[in-house]
Design a protein around this ligand. Sequence first.
Ligand code: ADP
Ligand code: MG
Length: 248
Amino acid sequence: MSQELLKVEQLFVEVEKKQILHGIDLQMNAGETHVLMGPNGAGKSTLGYALMGNPKYEVPGGAAVFQGEDLLAKSTSERAQAGLFLSFQNPVEVPGVSLGSFIRSAMEQRGEKISLWNFRKAVRKQMELLQMDESYIDRDLNVGFSGGEKKKAEILQLLMLKPALAILDETDSGLDVDAVKTVSLGVEEYQKNQNGALLIITHSTRILESLHVDYTHVLVNGKIVATGDASMIEEINACGFERYIDRA
Ligand code: ADP
Ligand code: MG
């Protein structure tokens, strides 16, 4: 039997006292890939931030259970420790903290003990896959990184941390064709070889080409108005969101 990973029930989310999400229901099993689509401003990133526990995003109602535990009762770092990962739409720059030490301390916080030697070895292997120059491991996190390098750094974190669920918020946006392919390779590695579950927020099908998709959801005006299989992605790309907007 498939194992329940995340169950979101009637989740309401407010930003600065304004209600953005109006009763979200979402259920995911271990290892599944779900795609979340929707027009700009629908609330997709808000859902990611609320699940991750960003304090700006208040949850006046609803429930979220992750691996059998109440997610909403946990702090952001406790959620990360529990195996939840969010790749940001706009990754922040962190001067004074190298990419390598950032990943290693995140791994330590998750209770993973790894020698510096083995860490370097593992990180090198994943950087090779992502076509990142090794020198980036000693550079300050995201400082002076190009848009594509920031996204690759996010996927590197994903591959090293091996979360149970990764939320990718437009990880493919603003990338050139080759960078999308490389990022997609990294995500495929996480999906297939680490059996990771994914909630992929995207406007494009390019990152999805080599990935298996179990479900697609459409978010309009803070509500999930439709759920279907992978074929919905093509349908939306051909016809847009118009037929869904009436349902919100
Ligand atoms: P999407 O990711 O689907 O494009 P968002 O979740 O970013 O949509 O935004 C949904 C709505 O919430 C928008 O109207 C946006 O302006 C508002 N919103 C999101 N985050 C904030 C914030 N930190 N401060 C103010 N408004 C916000
Ligand atoms: Mg967004």
